[in-house]
Design a protein. Sequence first.
Lengths: 185, 396
Amino acid sequence: MDQLSWIVGGIALAVLIAWYLSYGAARLDRLHARVEGALSTLDAQLVRRAEATLELANSGLLDAASAMILAGAASDSLEAGTDTESQTSREAIESDLTQALELALGEEALRHLREDGIVGAPVLARVAAANQRVQLSRRFLNDAVTDVRRVRRKPGVRLFRLAGHAELPQTFEIDDELPMLGRGA
Amino acid sequence: MRVGIVSPYSFDVPGGVQLHVRDLAEHLICLGHHVSVLAPADEDTPLPHYVVSSGRAVPVRYNGSVARLSFGPRTAARVGRWVEGGRFDLVHLHEPVTPSVSVLALWAVEGPIVATFHTSNLRSRAMQAAYPLLRPSLEKISARIAVSEDARRTVTTHLGGDAVVIPNGVFVERFASAAHRPDWVGTPMRPTIAFLGRMEEPRKGMPVLAQALPQIVRETPGVRVLIAGPGDCGPVRERMTAEAAAACEFLGPVSDQDKASLLASVDVYLAPNTGGESFGIILIEAMSARATVLASDLPAFSRVLQGGIAGELFRNEDPVDLARAVAALLRDPIRREQLAAAGRERANVFDWSVVAADVMAVYETVTQGASSVRASSEPDSMWARLLRSGRSSGGM
């Protein structure tokens, strides 16, 4: 009798642990999928921003020096997108692109672009929209990363290695503020 | 895009969140998207064609005011059916931590989720107690939107992580084109003030107005206070002095059209709310209608009114300051005109055309991420993915 209840108790405990582990694994898997999705979106948005910047540089509406700086920063970013470089250097390259945009889009250049309704204004709107989407996807990625890191710090998750061999994701930190473009598209 | 939107509050009674949901849905439908809204509603409530009822709502005291919420196993089953049948690209939940349809949908949805936080006082006791239970499902949310800086701060301090600020939208043109009603337009001898909101809800500020009224009437004897909104005016009237009660005209609940006309007609629109407001959509509606706004200096209101440029502010819960501000405004038509013009200009920032473009940008960001994950992981099951080693989720 006593033995039987021990066995039943043991089985119940095993079931409970198994449930906890599979639940934890499913939760973590969902979080990793979220990070993966957010990361690929951010990657796509960064590429789109660089393309829009290149378009702006080639519009012929900026002075030659600004256009060269922009084109250089944009093509650096496009190259970084295809390479599998470390995240830190990508962050630096994207921050540089933001800075280049900030420098090139001074008050006078902005006015000049906005006056040209056929090429200037639409291309500027595309850069603004692309940058807004970079900001959004970066924020969503960082939220997802924060969630993953918090769950992976849990002792149960660490002890049973529920994360498997998945790398610990990093937040993506760049300067993406372009206040002179105003709000979005 | 197929979008499912969930409102936790009943459509039987108008409210900020419900109106936001309705306007967003209508604007998205205009843009050519497929939209279905899930919300609690009584069976006999007439609903727009895009709204699906999750069942009857019951009044519950929650978060400091009475909310009409819907829950229970029957509701949960209905929510599940709606989620399954909708085949949504994305589900947009409003107030996901309210114990109503939103939280049920949060459990049921497997696809991408966007959540909008409206309140600035999230940390209710219920929320604290249920937090460990909620945490894993809150992790399903891919993108968080806050309607104001205050709402965002609440999200970041209590839930961790961040949220994008996208303000509530207003169809500015609807209010801007509202007709004046002669019997609501003030004259120099009989100026008019408007108050809108449920009377028995103290947070809407009726008690503050009632306390300030005797002084307002003393300084401007001909003043008419037009009070619109649901609720029993009997107890409110009883608590006032005879002169104050005589100045009040109770209009009862008004239609959207009448609300716009009221805002457009009166000399001053008054918002003495004492708290619980994270945004104050009504202020923007009033500004769109070119009303002169006088509001309590809640942080949210102050931000909408740009610290007093687009409307006047008085010290929150201070009837003396309220009376002083009313008297000053009624005496100064030039100042009123100035504030009304600045307010009308400010309102444009909150027009749905601007706001919906921002919401759409969030939707696109989220669905793009979800579809790229689905494309790369469709063939293998969760277990296969778990067991496979070295799946990278880090570097790019």
